[in-house]
Design a protein around this ligand. Structure first.
Ligand SMILES: *Cc1c(COP(=O)(O)O)cnc(C)c1O
Length: 381
């Protein structure tokens, strides 16, 4: 079966991990700060905190944004559940803004309307979490313009986005946001097995990220309440978590980061070939936005004439492991219990009914891609 996504780990990556095992601290050593530094250099963000998953990263990003009980956080239904769960972890409530049917990212007009309505009802969100679905950046400048006047904190869930760019900057630069969260799960742009990172340009938010990702404990004398008891001393200032990335994982991530641009280039090449080969089929292909270069995490098509269920099954029977992204978050039983219902976000629901994710990963061979294309042509005939 050709999978929809897969990591590409080579001998350099293995050597980097083995070097940590043989010669370095397994955790809280020097490799994590090196990885953080390299992520700052790549994205041009000022600060970075590596964490053990993007899910942890989204949680501490919300905490850094001071999201808590009684607050409201908005995100999109067309994402993985982690994009919404992070607000609930903090005791806040979640609401959604529907997607644009072309970009499949947050719909800017819906956002604008919802903000006007929320302002009237005096129920504006504390934070907005936008998702760069499939690796294509949201229109961050517009999002910043709309949210800035209400002092809404903007968090980018860039789990799909590392290696992509918006205007002239890499996703993660935080030029138009407060915080950006990355994932290094094996299907994403680069992997550390499990892992993630949070980027920001705000010094104060960076300090809060560090605090919440590390037990709420600090050894920074400047932050102490009262005097230090001596060199062994530390203080717990908040209820934090252990969301540290280990040096083993960081070594893999750091080694992978060196190959990120090559991975993205290969992904873009595969996407281009799909664009050309599938142009005449009854499919809606991914959109191209003038402001962005996609990281091509996913290559999504929408079936315009066929049943998704049938095509999915036929492709799987022939060894093509297509997938579906995403079951709208508000349709999950857990979110239905919170009061959301079918029909609330029609564009996300429509997309879910018709969407199919084709295999796309940096190590995909031409032969594998040709098989995907030929099989798709065959089943859509
Ligand atoms: C993968 C993913 C996450 C979660 O990432 P983990 O590192 O597995 O916690 C969050 N949001 C989106 C959009 C994702 O695709």
């Amino acid at each position: 079966m050709i999978p929809y996504g897969k990591h590409l780990v080579d001998e350099d990556d293995i050597d980097a991990v083995v070097d940590v095992l043989r010669n370095q601290f397994l955790t809280q050593g020097q490799v994590v700060p090196q990885f953080e530094q390299a992520l700052c250099e790549y994205t041009k963000a000022k600060h970075c905190v590596a964490v053990n998953s993007a899910t942890s990263g989204l949680h501490v990003a919300c905490l850094a944004a001071d999201v808590g009980q009684g607050d409201l956080v908005w995100t999109v239904p067309n994402s993985f559940v982690a994009s919404a769960n992070c607000a609930l972890y903090c005791g806040a409530s979640v609401d959604f803004v529907d997607i644009n049917p072309t970009t499949r990212n947050i719909d800017i007009d819906s956002l604008e309307r919802k903000l006007i309505h929320a302002q009237r009802r005096n129920r504006l969100p504390k934070a907005l979490i936008v998702v760069h679905f499939s690796g294509l950046s949201c229109d961050m400048q517009r999002i910043r313009e709309l949210t800035q006047k209400h002092a809404i904190i903007v968090i980018e869930d860039a789990a799909h986005g590392l290696g992509g760019s918006y205007q002239q900057t890499k996703i993660g630069s935080c030029v138009y946001s407060d915080l950006t969260v990355l994932s290094f799960h094996p299907v994403k742009s680069i992997t550390s097995a499990e892992g993630g990172a949070v980027l920001t340009n705000h010094k104060a938010m960076f300090e809060r990220l560090l605090l919440f990702a590390k037990h709420g404990v600090t050894k920074d004398v400047a932050q102490y309440q009262g005097d230090s008891h001596g060199p062994w001393y530390y203080q717990q200032l908040a209820l934090g978590y252990n969301y540290r990335l280990s040096d083993l994982h960081a070594a893999l991530g750091l080694s992978q980061l060196k190959k990120l641009d090559a991975f993205i280039q290969r992904r873009a090449e595969i996407a281009k070939k799909y664009d050309l080969a599938l142009a005449d089929l009854p499919l809606k292909l991914p959109s191209v936005e003038p402001h962005s270069h996609s990281a091509w995490h996913l290559y999504m098509v929408e079936l315009t004439e066929h049943s998704r269920q049938e095509i999915y099954q036929q492709l799987h029977a022939k060894g093509v492991g297509v997938n579906v992204h995403y079951i709208p978050i508000h349709l999950q039983p857990y979110y239905q219990q919170l009061g959301f219902k079918q029909g609330d976000f029609p564009a996300s629901e429509y997309f879910y009914q018709h969407a199919l994710t084709l295999p796309l990963f940096a190590s995909m061979t031409d032969k594998e891609q040709n098989k995907v294309i030929d099989t798709l042509i065959e089943v859509l005939k």
